[in-house]
Design a protein around this ligand. Structure first.
Ligand code: NAI
Length: 315
């Protein structure tokens, strides 16, 4: 299989490495900067003999080379600078992402799209519109299962990391899920978080859990402030690679994914993070959890802010 990554920056190039080294697919890295993706691809190709895989990595500035991709990942656009919110990136990244989506689907009409560019939920919505995947076709069929955004897997991994650090347990033993939009209004669900089945509410007191929730909400900004130039990319690339893997290997994993909703959770014509099964067709199903009234309200507030930004981006 072939995965094309639009935007060969830090997230894109690290993702190319993850996909090749996990032996998941051949990778096409596309960027607007001439020579840069070609150089990265050559560098990655030269590590194959040492890393012991035989995946091809192609660098390009031309969408023709992405033709026939099973998956297109969009990471093109600007990352945050210190003090910026994800929403500050809205207008400039909207233009980049819409153009990328149109070019990519023209060459890979059957591809599944995974959006990474921020502000994530809005960009995913725009990719759904630009590719036509969230609009009914002539037969009235909506291919919304083929467009999604990555945020929840990363936000959940951050929450799990902070829980593991607090308790001094193995990160792999901690499971948590974060829903909602990728931003300050994300919706971590401590009620569902556990260490090998033991709820964290039995292991940590409420103020400690609240502190870890707040650190999760601020997880991206914490790294932006430390690095000063750009944001996180190792864990984001890992998070996308898990989604790519679940799709390519048809694993049907249940992951938090930014999905186009039509009535689920009482939300309509919006993209927001919800639990989804990911398999070879993309989003196989959306799981509707029995949320408390408070959790439902938080999800609604999160969705409202995405809706406002969709309107702003389309003005
Ligand atoms: P980066 O600046 O390292 O890479 C972005 C790349 O996009 C650059 O190489 C740039 O040349 C390229 N680009 C710009 N316009 C383009 C166009 N029209 N066509 C093709 N390529 C184009 O940024 P980084 O750190 O890789 O982040 C990428 C995006 O992902 C940012 O918007 C960032 O906020 C977002 N992000 C989202 C996460 C999430 O959880 N959803 C996590 C981490 C980053």
């Amino acid at each position: 299989p072939r995965v094309s990554i639009i935007g060969a920056g830090r997230v894109g190039s690290t993702l190319a490495q993850r996909i090749a080294e996990k032996n998941l697919a051949d990778v096409v890295l596309l960027d607007i900067v001439p020579g840069m993706p070609q150089g990265l691809a050559l560098d990655l190709m030269e590590s194959r003999g040492i890393e012991l895989h035989n995946r091809r990595i192609i660098g390009t500035n031309d969408y023709i080379d992405t033709a026939g991709s099973e998956i297109v990942v969009i990471t093109a656009g600007l990352p945050r600078k210190p003090g910026m919110t994800r929403d500050d990136l809205l207008i400039i990244n909207a233009k980049i992402v819409v153009e990328a989506a149109k070019n990519a689907i023209a060459h890979s009409p059957n591809a599944i799209f995974i959006v990474v560019t921020n502000p994530l939920d809005v960009m995913t919505y725009l990719v759904g519109q630009a590719t036509g995947l969230t609009r009914p076709n002539q037969q009235g069929f909506v291919a919304k299962h083929r467009v999604m955004g990555m945020a929840g897997v990363l936000d959940s991994a951050r929450f799990e990391t902070f829980i593991a650090l607090e308790l001094g347990v193995l990160p792999a033993d901690v499971k948590a899920m974060v829903l909602g939009s990728h931003g300050d209004l994300m919706v971590p669900l401590p009620r569902y978080a556990n260490v090998n089945g033991v709820p964290i509410t039995e292991l940590l007191d409420a103020p400690t859990i609240e502190r870890l929730v707040q650190r999760t909400r601020n997880g991206g900004a914490e790294i932006v402030e430390l690095m000063q130039t750009g944001g996180a990319f190792f864990a984001p690339a890992s998070a996308v690679s898990v989604m790519v893997e679940s799709i390519l290997l048809n694993q049907s994993r249940l992951l938090p994914v930014a999905a186009y909703l039509q009535g689920e959770y009482g939300l309509n014509d919006i993209v927001i993070g919800v639990p989804c099964r990911l398999g070879c067709g993309g989003i196989e199903s959306v799981l509707e959890l029995n949320l408390t009234n408070e959790e439902k309200a938080a999800l609604r507030v999160s969705a409202q802010s995405v809706g406002l930004n969709i309107d702003r981006a389309q003005e």
